[in-house]
Design a protein around this ligand. Structure first.
Ligand code: SF4
Length: 358
């Protein structure tokens, strides 16, 4: 199955929230002066589009802190990206005028962070009173504008037992089909606060199973994989619902990631460079495909939880719909040469100028 390729671009580190589990250090969150220059953002996006990426995935920090975000979204669309995905904490999208501005600029997927099913949990974790209310308002605004919503949810001690309750809201109430339940990176503030926030895979897995059972029983539609930063041995029946555990089948399929200073990396290459494996992994049926588990996790919890899977087990009966993927494939088929990259739009004059200045 052909999947749309992402071009991830880190636009800035500064942020208007103070998430306790952030994988950046606190000092990064005020670095307004270190934002990626507009010309560099244009050059990175252009490079990704030339590599046949379909999704311009704009990430931070909190990218809505940049006044020029609508301009960057427009630039990406002018280069021919059919999808521009905005990763955000959702705070500024509570303002209907701002949400409309981004949608009108061409943003069509909003990946919003929600870290608990209630104001007390979410507001405490993101360090902003009233944040949960604003996120719910952002959902309403974006839904009324016809934009697609995806969710990021990072597991920690304060929320891991509430995963099912959260899904009852995002899937049950808002009908959101695309969400990532993320096992956090124990880096930055998350590492500094590990003694307060940490939760092991073994502690979290029963609640992840409870949440999966809820999705199955409620006949929820899920777009794609929903467990991020898990290894197959953590939940062998849900390997088909995991993302980012497997090496790309061919290295050149790995997707580009542009750091704030313009350095280019590869998503899976970067992830694998952060991973370890046990000697016993060689006895695991997933060994040749699995990238392992994060060093940062092992520094805190050790590596004993990662035990070889001797035999694959039947998959949990929850099947991704790939509705969004099917839409993307329809775009793919429309492309004149049957290759999304062949449809690379000539960048606008503004994009060409920005690229030249980069
Ligand atoms: S290879 Fe190792 S880390 Fe990966 S699933 Fe198997 S035991 Fe777990």
């Amino acid at each position: 199955m052909i999947k749309p390729r992402n071009c991830e671009v880190i636009l800035n580190y500064d942020c208007n929230a103070r998430c306790k589990f952030c994988y950046h250090p606190d000092s990064a969150l005020t670095q307004v002066e270190k934002r990626m220059p507009l010309a560099q953002a244009a050059a990175s996006l252009y490079k990704g589009r030339k590599e046949k990426c379909w999704v311009a995935y704009l990430i931070g920090g909190e990218i809505t802190m940049r006044e020029d975000l609508p301009k960057i979204v427009r630039l990406a669309r002018s280069m021919g990206y059919p999808y521009v995905q905005v990763m955000t904490n959702g705070l500024k999208l509570a303002d209907p005028a701002y949400a409309r501005k981004l949608v009108n600029a061409g943003a069509n997927i909003f990946r919003i962070s929600v870290h608990g099913p209630d104001a007390k949990t979410h507001d405490n974790l993101v360090g902003v009173p009233g944040a949960f209310k604003k996120v719910m308002k952002a959902f309403e605004n974006l839904t009324s504008l016809g934009a697609e919503i995806s969710i990021n949810h990072a597991l920690c001690k304060y929320n891991y037992k509430k995963l099912k309750a959260l899904l009852e809201i995002i899937s049950g109430r808002f009908g959101i089909e695309d969400f990532n339940v993320i096992f956090p990176h124990y880096n930055g503030m998350m590492a500094e606060r590990a003694s307060e926030l940490k939760v092991s895979v073994t502690q979290a897995v029963p609640y992840v199973r409870e949440a999966l059972a809820y999705l199955k029983d409620s006949r929820a539609v899920i777009e794609d994989s929903l467990l991020v930063n898990f290894s197959p041995c953590n939940l062998p029946e849900a390997v088909h619902l995991m993302a980012e555990w497997e090496r790309p089948s061919v290295p050149k399929a790995d997707e580009p990631l542009f750091h704030i200073d313009g350095r280019e990396a590869r998503i899976h290459g970067l992830k694998e460079s952060l991973c370890l494996k046990n000697k016993t992994c060689r006895d695991c049926v997933y060994n040749s495909r699995c990238m392992g588990f994060e060093k940062w996790y092992a520094d805190i919890f050790g590596a004993k939880e990662f035990k070889p899977v001797k035999k694959e087990v039947p998959p949990f009966p929850l099947v991704p719909s790939h509705n969004r993927l099917k839409q993307a494939q329809a775009l793919f088929r429309k492309d004149r040469a049957g290759d999304a990259g062949a449809g690379l739009a000539k960048p606008s004059r503004k994009a060409r100028l920005a690229k030249r200045r980069a």
